[in-house]
Write a protein that binds this ligand. Structure first.
Ligand SMILES: NC(=O)c1ccc[n+]([C@@H]2O[C@H](COP(=O)([O-])OP(=O)(O)OC[C@H]3O[C@@H](n4cnc5c(N)ncnc54)[C@H](O)[C@@H]3O)[C@@H](O)[C@H]2O)c1
Length: 372
């Protein structure tokens, strides 16, 4: 028995694949669309090894509306979408902003149009803490609450903020239009999930982040230093006004983040809140130096780094106030930074080629034994 059917865009990517796993484990049927620009189909096998269930996958581009229409035609049972598909490299977004607006913003418009034609009325959107920009420009906005004014500092963040507005306008319009026709319109809902910094891997050691090119985030870069793929970590700026001069971020374990999507989806389907933004973070900030220390501890030796200048568009502190998600969604990050570091290290050490190699046999044995 399934509890519902969900389309997951970008579902072979890092956060999407872990969310697909969480949905399957909660008895949702999952259909993934992804053009494999930054991911591979191998994660489908890993999801199946862990959950015993396999999501369906279509290789398609989110800007291809007829292809999206066909997926919804094939699956009339889908009533909700979790929308991850996007380009996400902050630095690159300043070099090729039009491509970021095309994929992230136009892609979202295509998705919303196709959803509307097929009466698919719930959307959970991957937004980002980046939409807040530098929250230290206001008093008392660290840790950052959802009512902190939006002010992204780079094109990537602006595509996310723009999508939040587009989704809000569309859902509100659909609700109003339905009311004009004497209908409720309550089936139209959106969750704007503002993630802080996702980190970590599956504790089984067979599923993790496996980007196609250079990773963009601190922990995967550190992991590459640890396995010798990279000589040292570059630390962008040690002249911020934090306790050790490096920038502060809120690292959230990928399993907690995936669970956040599940509860947000259930909330939309059960409570019909309209449009609502929620921060998904732990509420605890860590500096870059603290992260290097934590990950070095998991690895068992000090990892080399070099301090270089600040990166354009970076801000001092992105730490979440997660109270709204804690109270409304009854969701709380349970895993620690140490868990994220250990899980990431287990994944990286034992799978240096990521999904381009077989998973370690002893991990598969353990999985099998655990299922008996
Ligand atoms: N990882 C982070 O630090 C972070 C933080 C905040 C928000 N987000 C957002 O979360 C979402 C998922 O991020 P992720 O870290 O899993 O990234 P990811 O790159 O692993 O996943 C994105 C997926 O979208 C797919 N994709 C890209 N362009 C596409 C297109 N035109 N058509 C179809 N599929 C396409 C990629 O192949 C990839 O599988 C993104 O929207 C990202 O902006 C990520």
């Amino acid at each position: 028995m399934t509890v519902g059917s969900v389309l997951v865009t970008g579902g072979t990517g890092y956060i999407g694949s872990f969310t697909a796993l969480a949905l399957l484990e909660a008895d949702y049927k999952v259909v993934i669309v992804d053009n494999l620009y930054n991911s591979s189909k191998e994660c489908l096998n890993r999801i199946e090894l862990i959950s015993g269930k396999r999501p369906e996958h279509y290789t398609l581009d989110i800007t291809d509306e007829p292809a999206l229409d066909k997926v919804f035609d094939d699956h009339p049972d889908i009533d909700s979408v979790i929308h991850f598909a996007a380009l996400k490299a902050v630095g690159e977004s300043a070099e090729i902003p039009l491509e970021y607006y095309r994929v992230n913003v136009y892609g979202t418009i295509c998705l919303l149009r196709s959803m509307t034609r097929h009466n698919v009325t719930n959307i959970v959107f991957s937004s980002s803490a980046t939409v807040y920009g530098d929250a230290t420009r206001f008093e008392n906005m660290i840790p950052i609450p959802e009512h902190c004014p939006i002010g992204p500092t780079n094109p990537y963040g602006r595509t996310k903020a723009t999508n939040e507005l587009i989704i809000t306008d569309h859902v509100e319009a659909q609700r109003n239009n339905a009311k004009k026709e004497g209908k409720s319109g309550d089936q139209w809902n959106a969750a704007l999930l503002r993630y802080f910094n996702p980190a970590g891997s599956h504790p089984s050691g067979i599923m993790g982040e496996d980007p196609q090119g250079v990773p963009y985030n601190l922990l995967p870069l550190l992991a590459q230093v640890a396995v010798g793929k990279r000589e040292k970590l570059l630390v962008f700026g040690d002249d911020y006004s934090s306790k050790d001069g490096t920038a502060i971020r809120d690292y959230i374990h990928i399993l907690d983040l995936a669970a956040g999507h599940l509860v947000a989806l259930n909330y939309l389907r059960d409570q019909h809140p309209g449009v609502r933004a929620w921060n998904l973070g732990t509420g605890k900030g860590s500096t870059v130096f603290e992260m290097i220390k934590s990950f070095s501890h998991a690895v068992g030796r000090d990892l080399p780094y070099e301090v270089v200048g600040r990166r354009a568009g970076d801000v001092l502190d992105l730490t979440a106030n997660p109270k709204r998600a804690n109270e409304e969604l009854k969701w709380k990050a349970k895993l620690t930074l140490e868990d994220a570091c250990e899980d990431l290290w287990r994944w990286t050490k034992n799978n240096p080629q990521g999904y381009r190699q077989q998973p370690p046999a002893e991990f598969l044995e353990k999985l099998k034994a655990g299922k008996k």
